[in-house]
Design a protein around this ligand. Structure first.
Ligand SMILES: [Zn+2]
Length: 261
């Protein structure tokens, strides 16, 4: 199983080496901003590297939004990041499931997802596969609770999208990790990447604060690390830790997952 980490985008291969990572994920631009990614001088090196690469799209992207001034720029930014992700040979572009606002119908958000992917297809398709990630918070999210995820997948599953399962988001979002891989695959038929994270907050808290698997910053017992390892084993997909502690903390988490394969 390929195991790695989310790392800083300056020199991802050096970060991979520092963690003994088989796979890295990074941003191509400020995750809180709307700026298009800049061309990377190391694109060919990344493309030719034996380290598998995933790109995480900015958090500001919300393809479900009912607000034109968020939804339309989100589609544009998605296209820009997919193009840039292709230049570094990325295996996937991770995009959060998104949400509508309080009082709005999640079905509208799901329809907006479908329209975004239809538009991308009409424009020739995205050069890198989009992996939709489950999220932790909010009552109007498209991919927090799995009943909504099932509705989302009914609408977008035919567009060739993949799925990224985040263990922290599932736990904090109110989905039990025990048997979660079977439940996800029952909906999506696939898991393309695991975000193997601990959580600093309790089950169904709706909070998104990642924790290490091995060194606990949270109260004990938020997520049993063996459960996370079991998810990685059952998923049969690459896994990245998005955990604190820099190279040291992440190396320990990676080593833990490897030891429990
Ligand atoms: Zn994640």
């Amino acid at each position: 199983m390929l195991i790695g980490a989310h790392v800083d985008f300056e020199d991802p291969l050096a970060e991979a080496a520092a963690r003994n990572a088989d796979v890295v994920q990074f941003f191509l631009a400020d995750p809180q901003g709307w700026k298009a990614p800049e061309a990377r001088p190391d694109a060919a090196v990344l493309r030719d590297s034996a380290v598998q690469i995933f790109i995480h799209a900015p958090y500001v992207i919300n393809l479900a939004s009912t607000n034109n001034r968020i939804r339309i720029p989100s589609r544009k930014l998605l296209g820009q990041h997919a193009a840039a992700a292709a230049t570094v040979g990325a295996s996937g572009l991770i995009v959060h499931g998104g949400h509508v606002n309080k009082g709005e119908d999640v079905a509208t958000g799901i329809e907006n997802w479908r329209k975004a992917l239809q538009q991308a297809r009409d424009n020739g398709g995205l050069p890198v596969q989009v992996l939709i990630e489950n999220t932790a918070g909010g009552d109007n999210a498209c991919a927090r609770r799995f009943d909504e995820l099932a509705r989302l997948w009914d609408a977008v599953g035919d567009f060739g999208v993949g799925f990224c399962l985040d263990t922290c988001h599932a736990h904090a979002g109110g989905e039990e990790l025990l048997d979660i891989v079977d439940r996800v695959k029952g909906i999506t038929g696939r898991i393309d990447l695991v975000h193997a994270n601990g959580s600093r907050d309790g089950f169904d808290s709706g909070r998104d604060r990642h924790d290490n698997l091995t060194v606990k910053n949270s109260e004990p017992g938020m997520i049993d690390p063996e459960l996370v390892a079991a998810v990685v084993r059952a998923a049969g997909a690459p896994a990245v830790v998005e955990t604190p502690g820099g190279a040291q903390g992440q190396s320990a988490d990676i080593a833990y997952l490897r030891a429990h394969q």
